[in-house]
Design a protein around this ligand. Structure first.
Ligand SMILES: N[C@@H](CCC(=O)N[C@@H](CS)C(=O)NCC(=O)O)C(=O)O
Length: 300
């Protein structure tokens, strides 16, 4: 599972973009559609700019240092006994394939909480009945058992984990960045809706416009390659979705989401260096198949 993007070259590739990379307001200047057979995207990003981001090494190395490879437990199914519930050990219930759960899992890893918050993976296709009955009545993942309560909703959970557990802070102090973080966190649902609409219409128009928005967002702060400059919960909120959209759009829609979006290309590359995130990634082929099925169900 930790191998994910290691076996593909989408974001580690070279560099080649004919459009004006400084004009982040352009829409559809670079329509991005190639006719198959389609080459792996060639992304040109100004590596020397990365070296100017003084914050990267500080934040990300703090997160990555001490992150060790974790043996992931098997997913529990309808035949599995529940873990000891409300025994005082915080537990994060996830599904390995769920992007919402992945947000909470990345946050837990980035805070270095592997020994504090126990990971409890659930097989959603063959869900144990005790999960709904005894743990989390909405019957969704993620959920977090902490202090004799169970909470859900991924965007609430990542904030909760950040605020209530030890480890590096993943939310800014600066009021301008806080305001922007709120805007970006709110945009996550519009982003996913735009992609879903694109899939329904078999067109990249709406998704392309949403990726253009992302490119503009990534241009706001220049003290690092992340949404708020420095790595934060905002990056964690977007990463699981971009991880799925990038290979799906590339393989199925022949659309390279990083083409003419140099900030997004760099963001993906930098995210993929974060060990705490890498440990949560899945094989891109699996994402492509999941979204292929989703596409069929959206159209039927
Ligand atoms: N808004 C929720 C969405 C969570 C969600 O939809 N999780 C899916 C898995 S990716 C789930 O548990 N589905 C089970 C179901 O709907 O029965 C969040 O952000 O946590």
């Amino acid at each position: 599972m930790a191998t994910i993007f290691n076996n593909i070259s989408y974001h580690h590739s070279i560099i080649h973009c004919a459009c004006n990379n400084n004009n982040t307001n352009r829409i559809n200047l670079c329509p991005n559609l190639g006719s198959p057979p389609f080459k792996k995207p060639l992304i040109l990003f100004p590596r020397k700019n990365l070296l100017n981001y003084s914050g990267i090494s500080r934040t990300v190395s703090a997160i990555s240092s001490g992150v060790r490879e974790e043996a992931l437990p098997p997913a529990l199914d309808s035949s599995s006994d529940p873990p000891p519930i409300f025994d005082g050990t915080p537990k994060l219930y996830i599904s390995y394939s769920c992007p919402f759960a992945q947000r909470a899992w990345i946050t837990r890893n980035c805070k270095g909480l592997q020994d504090t918050i126990k990971l409890v993976p659930i097989n959603l296709k063959n869900r144990p009945s005790w999960y709904k009955e005894k743990v989390y009545p909405p019957n969704k993942v993620p959920s977090l058992e902490h202090n004799n309560e169970v909470k859900g909703e991924s965007l609430d959970l990542i904030r909760y984990i950040d605020a209530n557990f030890e480890g590096p802070s993943l939310f800014p102090d600066d009021p301008t960045k806080i305001e922007f973080a709120e805007e970006l966190l709110s945009f996550t649902s519009s982003f996913s809706k735009a992609v879903t609409n694109s899939l329904k219409e078999n067109s990249t128009n709406e998704a392309g416009a949403a990726f253009d928005e992302i490119e503009i967002f990534l241009s706001k702060f220049d003290d690092g390659p992340f949404f708020l400059g420095q790595f934060s919960l905002v990056d964690i909120a977007y990463a699981p979705f971009v991880e799925r959209y990038q290979p799906f759009f590339f393989e199925v829609m022949s659309y390279d989401i990083t083409s003419c979006r140099p900030k997004l290309a760099v963001w993906i590359e930098e995210m993929n260096k974060i060990e705490a995130y890498k440990q949560t990634q899945r094989d891109p082929k699996e994402h492509v198949e999941t979204y292929r099925k989703r596409l069929v169900s959206l159209k039927s």
